[in-house]
Design a protein around this ligand. Sequence first.
Ligand code: PMP
Length: 439
Amino acid sequence: MKKKVSYDAFWMPFTANRDFKANPRIINRAEGMYCYSDNGTQLLDATAGLWCVNAGHARQEIGEAMARQVAELDYSSPFNFGHDIGFEFAERLVEFTPTGLNKVFFTNSGSEAVESALKIALAYQRAKGNTTKFKLIGRELAYHGVNFGGLSVGGLTPNRTGFGPLLPADHLSHTLDVERNAFSKGLPEHGVEKAEQLEQLIQFHGAESVAAVIVEPISGAGGVILPPKGYLKRLREICDRHDVVLIFDEVITGWGRLGSPFAAQEFEVTPDLITSAKGITSGVVPLGAVFAKDEIYETVVNSAAEGSVEFYHGYTYSGHPVACAAGLATMDIYQREGLLERGRGEIGQYFADGLHSLKGIQSIVDIRNYGLIGAVQFAAPADGKPIGFDILKRCYDKGLLVRSMGNTIALSPPLIIEKSHVDQIIDTLAAVAKDIPAK
Ligand code: PMP
């Protein structure tokens, strides 16, 4: 008989615990494009877990690679000792990164990748002799994880309040402009001028004090906010002019979400540092990384005396052998099945067409998409209470998993998605949206 589990002890993250525990949504099994609730209901996973299960659920070869690795080497310290699989995985990863970003600093999560990237940027500026450059710039509505550096540059108000003072950081405006860009397909036409705010912020603080700028090429948790055409290129030019490190947080946009390995390649803008996690192991096991330009690595590493530690930073599990084994198996799947390019191929187009076919339903005020990421924004209800979570629950009741933020629901299906799954997503969303009042 199945063991009865109590839902008491687990303090759930980013969840209304009392509400959840009164009416739990439990998923105990998953395979391919589907998850299964505890009562056996099939749920189409239109969010790849939490934007991470890019190769689809229950890929046996990832588990088998991990089991073989446990038998060979379960763990050894990454401080002053190494193991081949860590080096092998790093070499493999830089086959996918933009030209020039050939160094990998391993972490366990996206939040840790962000903290590590911010510290690398600060260490680099110091190593270069830019000792007064310590300020960080982020963006409104950005999500960069939940640690203090990431919160400081992040721009989601509920995450920032309630924890006392954060690090000195300023913020660019977000680029969401539903008035001018509603129902754009792909990158929006309007808003490139918002990049000029970076020039203004740098002037305001003084270029001699600004160390780094971090942006998600497409903001995920903020509501799938796309960069206007030319915007990221403009940020790159401004950073170059003022010797400011440009960080792309690609925890969501990396690993094929947009139809290229990284947004940097898709948008043809090369940052100095890229943060990664989630799809790096297809969500099977926690792992994150920072990809750094060679010049950054060399400047930091050469700044210390021979034999001295150059960067006082790292984690017990940096480059964990079992996580690296999972990552290598994940890369095998991505390459063999051509998953990283699917977003820009026929299925990406089918997904885009499906989403935009929802235009015209009264309750929908915007649809945004790129590759295999998308969002549907609903009219703000008259009572001011965001409707996204209500829509998530309605979708769940109809066998569809989506993510909600404010009045928006986000879609980021596994990259193995087929047309029949897109049809199911769109049919379900249409049925739900038609039940939502326009105001
Ligand atoms: N950066 C971005 C852009 C993210 O979307 C996330 C997670 N959703 C993070 C950082 C944090 O990653 P983690 O939850 O693995 O710490």
